[in-house]
Design a protein around this ligand. Structure first.
Ligand code: PFF
Length: 449
């Protein structure tokens, strides 16, 4: 009796942290530290930041709650979760296509994610040995101009991802995340302080927080919304898959708040660390995907002990990327192994292999394929980003909101949401039913029609 009681409480404690850690690990990654600053930079700064924050609140947060509600209710992989909850709500099992689209999006995202994460791995060594003789901009050009170099690091990162998922040692990475993510947070704050002292802080704050709406186009809206989905890891079932492991006694709403706030905080802090350096070193804020690598290396080159702080930064960033990339594999792997089609290990290997092959296109888009345009004037990597961030994730999210808002049985929802302030509940319902799907539809409409 005593033993049983002890086991139970131990299990609940582990469970309590597992979900928040896994979900924060999935959310916080390259999207925050690599993606957000460079997108804010290419889209003019303040207005983009404000629209991004609006999207997190009005679209992202309500959809995050919805995804977890479905995932925890069903306790399955996203494809089966959508089907099961749809059937339990007396509607068509065809809703499972949302799960399929998620698996597809996960593979596409993982393909380019691994190339960028590979560059992070490479920078662990570059920042440890850089003497500053070569400018940070030239250094980045060197890195991306070599296909073999990019492919090597892409392969290393993808292998690490597949190994972690196939070994099923999520607990292990959970523990790593628990220690290393707060460390990454502290290092980011250190970089903010460094940037405050050595960078052009005022100019950066104006750039990031004084919105100028005169240049906002439908494309800015779409990019900000896409970035919000990508950063929170929504619209493809990742968080739905993790929701399946969330204990019933935890509040979905407050957990979602925690994860979304941490994710947003890291993105904003990354912006405040990077832009003062960009302006002080006369680098271009709109220089694109190289922004974080160029700005951080410039800082480490100047900094005392930069050869230690630099590698630490890139190690932590790589761990943050790993805890996200494993969640990109999870919906597909969970489905294949749950259906008994393939064992977990095989599933992880095969999906990672497909993503690895696709990733070759993204690695080459930095050099020998730079003139090859896949979707209008976008190169291979940009096209993958576009299809996923700006089409598949928002579309998946919109369908999830429509499903929960209009089709899912109310009693199933209230069972999962549990006791909650009625006003907050009504507000959430209103956002899921109307605001979130209509905002996505409106932004799509403006951009594509
Ligand atoms: N949220 C991750 C990041 O910001 O780097 C990337 C990501 C993870 C996107 C999981 C989508 C996802 F389902």
């Amino acid at each position: 009796m005593e033993i049983q009681k002890q086991l139970k409480s131990h299990g609940a404690w582990v469970g309590k942290w597992t979900f928040i850690l896994a979900a924060t690990g999935s959310a916080v990654g390259l999207g925050n530290i690599w993606g957000f600053p460079y997108k804010a930079g290419t889209n003019g700064g303040g207005a983009f930041v404000l629209i991004y924050l609006g999207c997190i609140l009005a679209i992202g947060l309500p959809i995050m709650v919805s995804e977890i509600v479905i995932g925890r209710r069903a306790g399955n992989s996203p494809v089966n979760a959508m089907r099961r909850v749809a059937v339990d709500s007396n509607t068509t099992p065809l809703w499972r296509f949302v799960g399929w689209s998620g698996i597809f999006a996960g593979v596409l995202i993982l393909s380019f994610y691994s190339v960028i994460a590979g560059i992070c791995l490479n920078y662990i060594f570059i920042s440890a040995t850089s003497s500053g003789a070569l400018s940070a901009t030239d250094q980045f050009s060197n890195v991306i101009s070599s296909p073999l170099n990019l492919l090597f690091w892409h392969t290393v990162f993808m292998t690490l991802t597949a190994l972690i998922v196939s070994a099923g040692i999520k607990d292990g990475i959970g523990r790593m995340v628990k220690i290393l993510m707060p460390l990454l947070g502290m290092l980011m704050i250190f970089m903010v302080i460094y940037a405050m002292i050595n960078g052009d802080f005022n100019k950066a704050m104006t750039f990031l927080f004084a919105p100028d709406f005169s240049n906002v186009t439908s494309d800015t809206l779409l990019q900000a919304m896409g970035q919000a989905f990508f950063s929170l890891g929504l619209g493809m079932g990742s968080i739905m898959a993790y929701g399946a492991y969330m204990p019933k006694d935890q509040s979905i709403v407050s957990n979602s708040f925690t994860v979304a706030s941490l994710d947003t905080l890291v993105a904003i802090v990354a912006g405040i660390a990077i832009f003062p350096i960009i302006f002080a070193f006369s680098l271009e804020p709109n220089s694109g995907p190289g922004l974080v690598f160029v700005s951080m290396l410039s800082a480490f080159n100047q900094m005392q002990y930069g050869q230690f702080v630099g590698p630490l930064f890139f190690i932590l960033l790589s761990v943050a990327a790993l805890s996200s990339s494993i969640s990109l594999l999870e919906p597909g792997v969970a489905y294949l192994s749950e259906e008994g089609i393939l064992p977990r290990k095989r599933s992880a290997e095969i999906i990672a292999f497909v993503a690895w092959v696709l990733g070759i296109g993204s690695a080459l888009s930095f050099n020998i394929w730079s003139d090859f345009h896949l979707i209008s004037d976008r190169n291979f990597l940009d096209s993958m980003e576009f299809i996923t961030n700006q089409v598949l994730l928002p579309l998946g999210g919109m369908f999830i909101a429509i499903f929960v808002g209009w089709f899912m049985k109310k009693s199933l929802i209230t069972d999962e949401i549990g006791a909650m302030n009625p006003v907050l509940y009504m507000l959430w319902r209103f956002f899921v039913k109307f605001i979130a799907p209509l905002s996505v539809a409106y932004i799509f409409y403006r951009q594509f029609f």
